[in-house]
Design a protein around this ligand. Sequence first.
Ligand SMILES: [Zn+2]
Length: 412
Amino acid sequence: MTTLFKNIKELIQVRDKQIDFVSGAAMKILPTIKNAFLVVENGLISDYGKMYECPNSEFDMIVDATGKMILPSWCDSHTHIVYAGNREGEFVDRINGLSYEDIANNGGGILNSAKKLQETSEDDLYNQSKTRLEEVMQLGTGAVEIKSGYGLTADAELKMLRVIKRLKENYPIEIKATFLGAHAVPLNYKNNKRGYLQMLIDDVMPIIASENLAEYVDIFCETGYFSVEDTALILEAGKKLGLIPKIHVNQFTAIGGVQVGVKYKALSVDHLEEMRDEDIEALKNTKTMPVALPSCSYFLSIPYTPARKMIDAGLPLALATDYNPGSTPSGNMNFVISTACIKMKMTPEEALNAATVNGAYAMGLGKQVGSITKGKLANIILTKPINSYGFIPYSFGNHQIEKVYLKGLEIK
Ligand SMILES: [Zn+2]
């Protein structure tokens, strides 16, 4: 199967050579080809260039992209889209003045989601989750990381991971799975947090490794949740099983989570709404990708990750949704990109780099997706007719996607 996209107004994020990620000043550079063609062969990008170099051969399908742009599909490296039920009741509670912490103390929050999930069958959980996955694919996401963490029992955590595995098998979108058993302390371990972590290490993690249910291990390193010592314990256990860390740190307080992430060679450290100078220093010249989740800041009215300060200090940055029922009930990467430009003062070039090439790196998919590079998957967005790519973040609350192609096939 061969497809030619011709007369592309601008082909965006073209990288002739595979790169890991872009950081600092390089994030302001978004390589493009104006008036371009793109050839897809058996689901992979096989050729591209200026229209005057367009090959004259036979194609199974030809798409005329006059006036439209093509860019790599979004790479959303941080989500929790496998969950049961929603929490709009707590949303109303927050409007009426309760804090995220008040709600958690009243048995709401993550524990509320865990209770619902434990009572939900694996099939029902799969069906609820696939609806969300299909929705984000329509919104241009072509690679996604999904976490467990709403189970909080051995059985329910494994149920979540098996649902992620089924989604992986049944959908063309690239999916990576992360074990986040240490998302909150369940009520039956209320006064025995160490006991809960030990249960995860002894009873759950070996099964994850033997059934190949996750690539990454995560923990909510935060005041009132899990300490830096707890984080080290879980990451050490993960390391023995080959699980690479991707961790929640510095959302409400900075307690040294970034440093422990770097020490354990975390692929990414995510949230970072509270960044001290020493946290920025700790990330310099490492392979750990900082990930910002602006939709979460928007929904909870908490500070945004200081992107400007971090990028100006030479760091890379990725953008992701954090799609989850409590703090970010949205998987819309288009909104994330707009919010990054509007609230975090990232330029469109920086935001597009953060949502594609850097996002791909942050979930270990840099060789498969994230740029227009020969040999990568043809996971691409065809825009509506637009004047410039700056219109993508500018038109916030909307999106400029006409069609999404995953492995070269249009998503209906
Ligand atoms: Zn999260």
